[in-house]
Design a protein around this ligand. Structure first.
Ligand code: SAH
Length: 289
């Protein structure tokens, strides 16, 4: 195994069948589910789920592995052949339209993927944008990326990314996977997570759920959170001057005070609710939608 070789299309294949079984088992797929798998590679996951689901859409950028998996499934799996349940798409997943697929199937999608790591950030942005198409996501990420995704307020990995993810999804760590379970072996371990689009009906406070809904979809909210994290080591008292200079400093300070946000905090200590409160104050002041 050559660890220095650049791996094409992030092709680090899972080679531990027990782990593959645990990932698929955790999904509890049924014959009512319309499942999408991104990047099947040699099909270690695909093989375990293909005959359990209603439809399976496989999106793979590498034509070699797409036909490899197609061959493997049709040879190994009679049910698939009879019911014609699988669709094989040779495409960069970043170009794929999940909303359209969900409409065509008249159903929300369940997504499973050992993701190619170099598209982690853009694919998350895409999942956020198209989240209405999904019931849930079971995803393998690099461990560090998963930690950033899962970080709660006050944790050191908290970032703009965690806050924006929190406004969109419920995210749960299922388990970690050591790098020895892949070939070629990557430099770092992985984590399997489950993401579910946030159910806004669960909040009793209607105003709060309306606010989260706004934040989740607002490029303005995302910009504000990124701005506040730019000076992540500084207390808010010292960093709020740097951005949104159209708002006079004393008015900004008052907005934080009126929102009961402690100006001696650093951005990673703010809760999602606090980010939303301050974003709404800024937005109203600036007369934005
Ligand atoms: N799921 C397999 C393979 C993981 S490796 C396993 O667990 O072993 C990542 C896979 O994603 C590879 O098959 C790679 O060809 C594919 N891939 C990489 N970039 C992609 C993209 N942009 N769109 C779709 N598939 C991609």
């Amino acid at each position: 195994m050559d660890n220095n070789k650049k791996v094409k299309f992030g092709q680090n294949f899972l080679i531990n069948k027990e782990i593959a079984k645990n990932i698929v088992k955790s999904c509890n797929f049924t014959e009512n589910d319309n499942v999408v798998e991104i990047g099947p590679g040699e099909g270690i996951l695909t093989d375990l789920l293909a005959d359990k689901v209603k439809t399976l859409t496989i999106i793979e950028i590498d034509p070699f592995y797409l036909s490899y998996v197609e061959g493997k499934l049709f040879l190994n799996n009679n049910k698939l052949k009879k019911n014609d349940t699988a669709k094989f798409v040779n495409m960069d997943v970043l170009q794929f339209n999940f909303i359209e697929l969900s409409k065509t199937l008249n159903s929300k999608l369940r997504l499973i993927s050992n993701l190619p790591y170099e598209i982690s950030s853009p694919i998350m942005a895409k999942f956020i944008k198209e989240k209405e198409a999904f019931l849930d996501f079971t995803l393998m990420f690099q461990k560090e990326f998963a930690e950033r995704l899962l970080a709660q307020s006050d944790e050191s990995a908290r970032s703009a990314f965690s806050v924006i993810a929190e406004a969109n999804f419920e995210i749960e760590l299922l388990f970690n996977v050591f790098k020895e379970n892949f070939n070629p072996q990557p430099k770092i371990d992985s984590s399997v997570i489950r993401m579910t689009p946030l159910d806004l009906n669960k909040f009793e406070d209607l105003k709060y759920s309306e606010n989260i809904k706004w934040a989740a979809n607002s490029p303005y909210f995302s910009y504000l959170v990124h701005q506040l994290f730019k000076l992540r080591r500084k207390k808010l008292r010292n960093s709020i001057y740097a951005s949104f200079q159209g708002i006079p400093p004393d008015i900004k300070v008052k907005m934080y005070e009126d929102s009961n946000i402690d100006l001696d905090k650093r951005p990673q200590s703010l809760t999602l609710n606090e980010f939303i409160k301050i974003a709404i104050k800024y937005k109203d002041y600036l007369g934005l939608e």
